[in-house]
Design a protein around this ligand. Structure first.
Ligand SMILES: [Zn+2]
Ligand SMILES: [Zn+2]
Length: 129
C-alpha cells in the first residue's frame, strides 16, 4: 500500500533546487496552438523524432495542414479567399499564396484577397491584367 504524502510547498516560492532535472531538459520546448482544433501541442516529436530543428514549427504546420486541412495559429500562414466564390486555400509563405490568387483571378476573373496574421490583407484585383 502506498500512502501519498503531499509536499508542504506553501513556503516554497521561486526557489527551485533543480532536483532531478537534467540540464537540457528544461522545458523550453516550443508549443503550437490551434484554435480551430482547440488544442495545443509541444514540438518535442518534431524536435526529437523528426530532428527538424528550427523548422519544427514549419514542419508541424505542414503536417497539421495535411491531416486537418488547416494551419495552426502560430504558423503565420497566408490565407487566400476568393471574394466571388467559396474557393480559397492557405499557404505557409507568401509566394504560393500570391500565385494561387493571381492564377485564380486570371482564370475566373474573380477578385481574391490575401491575408496574413501580421501584415493585414491585400486584394488581387482581377481587372489588373
Ligand atoms: Zn487544427
Ligand atoms: Zn473565385
Amino acid at each position: 500500500m502506498i500512502i501519498y504524502v503531499p509536499n508542504q510547498t506553501e513556503s516554497v516560492s521561486d526557489q527551485f533546487d533543480g532536483g532531478g532535472i537534467e540540464p537540457g531538459e528544461v522545458d523550453d520546448t516550443p508549443t503550437v496552438r490551434c484554435s480551430r482544433c482547440g488544442d495545443e501541442w509541444d514540438l518535442g516529436y518534431e524536435l526529437d523524432t523528426l530532428r527538424v530543428g528550427n523548422r519544427a514549427i514549419e514542419r508541424f504546420a505542414l503536417d497539421h495542414k495535411r491531416h486537418t486541412g488547416h494551419f495552426p495559429d502560430d504558423a503565420g500562414a497566408w490565407s487566400v479567399m476568393c471574394e466571388c466564390c467559396p474557393d480559397g486555400d492557405e499557404f505557409l509563405t507568401e509566394r504560393p499564396a500570391r500565385r494561387w490568387a493571381e492564377t485564380h483571378a486570371r482564370h475566373t476573373g474573380h477578385d481574391v484577397s490575401i491575408s496574413h496574421a501580421d501584415d493585414g490583407s491585400v486584394t488581387i484585383d482581377a481587372e489588373r491584367r
